[in-house]
Design a binder for this molecule. Structure first.
Ligand SMILES: *Cc1c(COP(=O)(O)O)cnc(C)c1O
Length: 405
């Protein structure tokens, strides 16, 4: 980030991402994706600043862990990755306006298409820069955000196949309701619609059927939840985000796997958000803490000030609600979360001193190096009335990310 380029000072709050945990997660997901003996392309999603883990360092760490492709969310992410020497295939899944699509072609990134103007721009850019545009048609099966219904998808596939500058590399769809339920009838119906449309496109274009040794069309439907639930329907590529980072997509997904009697995969959360104690104060009973006087001490209280706040993405909704880890113990946030400061009650954490490590999110290591208690992203999401995807993604971009062993 530009701030970090300008300032060499040690940050007071930072995120650590464990290479070992990412590698572990990729290994178990790779193993699961081979349920039918094939080895699908592993596309790890790094959109949303790599789900808040830090785009560039995490992209490098995931590639080191053995993923094949990276999934981006916009042209900015494609430019950052390419501009920093990442040569791996990039696949953009979110909206690209035509001029961004043209830029993506120049940068050799592939992307999802469902829009004639984008195809026109991609073809023109491909002609001009002398490389083919690799396109993945999004088939609408029930999510109703992006995608083309059956006949329109066939027409777009025709158009791409007829243009020598364009390459129909893949077909995709996205589940609407796989994480939020243990009833997967709707997801199954989406899969049927996708399979029917993909088969019709293969016939129309004279392509070999799925599973044929000469089949090169990359069909992909699986996000993390689908990969964890139905490893046997992976298709030729899987696009997983949350599971790569070591988080289950939802309680319902975990429960659904448990209900089948299978042993759930062991995923390891890779992210730890840390800060340190900036100041300690001994307060008598009866003192208010912070803006709005929303907390009043009921006992002599040792209050630690943490140099982190909602500017850094530590949500103000955590006021008087969250806990942090100090010396492996839980300490409560007391009073309001401010823009750059948080106050916590460390009365029951013996031996605290200024400069001590505080874990805001993730596990704190015991002095012997073993992982101790953990503030899970799921628990923080519960405090905030949201999902853990949002919790990790909203850690502010300026917070430094460090890959640790
Ligand atoms: C973000 C995204 C995924 C990954 O979803 P997870 O639940 O994080 O695995 C897959 N496909 C598309 C199209 C996405 O936008």
């Amino acid at each position: 980030m530009s701030n970090q380029v300008l300032s060499a000072a040690e940050p007071l709050t930072w995120v650590e991402v464990s290479q070992a945990d990412l590698t572990h997660n990729i290994n178990v997901l790779r193993h699961a994706s081979r349920a039918r003996g094939q080895a699908p392309v592993l596309c790890a999603m790094v959109k949303g600043n790599a789900y808040g883990h830090g785009l560039l360092p995490t992209a490098r760490a995931l590639l080191a862990a053995g993923v094949d492709w990276l999934g981006t969310g916009d042209i900015h992410e494609i430019e950052v990755l390419r501009g920093n020497g990442i040569e791996a295939p990039l696949y953009n899944v979110c909206y690209l306006p035509p001029h961004h699509a043209a830029r993506a072609v120049e940068l050799g990134a592939r992307f999802v298409v469902y829009d004639d103007d984008v195809i026109t721009a991609a073809a023109r850019a491909a002609r001009q820069c002398g490389r083919r545009a690799h396109l993945h048609v999004k088939i609408e099966t029930g999510n109703n955000r992006q995608g083309l219904r059956h006949d329109a998808a066939l027409a777009m596939a025709d158009r791409i196949a007829a243009d020598p500058h364009l390459h129909l590399e893949g077909l995709a769809t996205h589940f609407a309701d796989v994480e939020d339920t243990t009833n997967h009838a709707f997801a199954r119906s989406q899969l049927q619609r996708f399979d029917a449309c993909a088969a019709a496109i293969r016939v129309r274009l004279g392509l070999p059927p799925a599973g044929d040794p000469h089949d090169q069309l990359l069909t992909h439907v699986s996000n993390s939840a689908a990969l964890l639930l139905w490893p046997e329907v992976c298709g030729a590529m899987v696009r997983f985000g949350i599971a790569a980072y070591g988080l289950w997509p939802s309680k319902e997904t975990l429960l659904s796997v448990q209900m089948t009697g299978k042993q759930p995969l062991e995923l390891r959360p890779a992210l730890t958000w840390k800060t340190q104690i900036a100041q300690l104060r001994d307060m008598p009973a009866g003192e208010y803490i912070g803006y709005g006087r929303t907390f009043r001490t009921v006992r002599p209280t040792k209050v630690a000030l943490l140099p982190v706040g909602y500017y850094d993405g530590y949500d103000r909704g955590l006021s008087n609600l969250a806990q942090v880890l100090v010396h492996g113990q839980r300490a409560h946030v007391i009073g309001r979360v401010a823009m750059n400061m948080v106050t916590v009650d460390v009365t029951d954490c013996p031996g605290v001193a200024v400069g001590d490590e505080v874990v805001l999110l993730g596990a704190q290591r015991e002095p012997n190096g073993q992982p101790g208690d953990e503030i899970g992203a799921e628990q923080m999401a519960g405090w905030l009335g949201t999902i853990h995807y949002e919790v990790v993604t909203r850690i502010a971009e300026h917070v430094q990310r460090r890959i640790v062993a």
